[in-house]
Design a protein around this ligand. Structure first.
Ligand SMILES: [Zn+2]
Length: 202
């Protein structure tokens, strides 16, 4: 596997004139119309997070992250068995016209090999998770060019972005069979068609 540490890249955002002044955009922007969502920071889940983690959200320069992962077969056409999983970390501090640009999507982990990962993705995520856990206690001294001062930087993972299959691997909740719905879990009212044997999720 390859692991590309994230912290130095986050700190570099504060060392550049182009990005440093935009890193608190999520806390400073005004919503034009109530009920309109133009950025994840307008969402209820974001506000709930802020409310639950006051020390973290008080420092608006702290970084909000999303984790995106999926696997594919790079040599699919040659029928050679080879699997490649990539983990890309996205950044939500920046305004909408910046935060979904390639240069702010950080390729963090690549796992490649002849066999599919199956359910071992958590093993390969460990260096990234260790970094998140480390940041819970230790905030990294970072120079902010826009204010010309040092501050203590931390980060938090808000959510993951993945298809239903990768959700299964990331969450550890099987998204196949009767209890496939990760919200209803055992409470699911799914049933099997008597004749066709097909599972119907409700
Ligand atoms: Zn459900």
């Amino acid at each position: 596997m390859y692991y590309f540490p994230l912290t130095p890249r986050l700190q570099r955002l504060y060392a550049s004139e182009v990005t440093a002044k935009h890193m608190s955009w999520h806390a400073e922007h005004q919503i034009d119309e109530v009920g309109l969502m133009c950025h994840p920071s307008d969402s209820l889940v974001w506000k709930h997070f802020d409310h639950e983690h006051l020390t973290f959200s008080y420092e608006t320069r702290n970084v909000r992250l999303g984790l995106c992962t999926d696997g594919f077969q790079p040599f699919g056409q040659s029928r050679q068995q080879y699997s490649l999983w990539s983990v890309i970390v996205t950044l939500y501090n920046l305004p909408p016209y910046m935060c979904m640009k390639d240069e702010f999507m950080f390729l963090t982990i690549i796992v490649s090999g002849p066999r599919n990962l199956k359910y071992n993705i958590d093993v390969f995520l460990q260096p990234f998770i260790a970094k998140l856990m480390y940041f819970l206690d230790v905030w990294e001294v970072t120079y902010d060019l826009s204010t010309k001062q040092n501050f203590q930087l931390s980060d938090a993972l808000l959510w993951t972005i993945n298809d239903f299959l990768a959700y299964d691997m990331l969450s550890g909740w099987s998204t196949a069979g009767r209890t496939a719905c990760p919200y209803c879990m055992e409470e699911s009212e799914a049933f099997t068609l008597q004749h066709g044997g097909k599972k119907i999720l409700v």
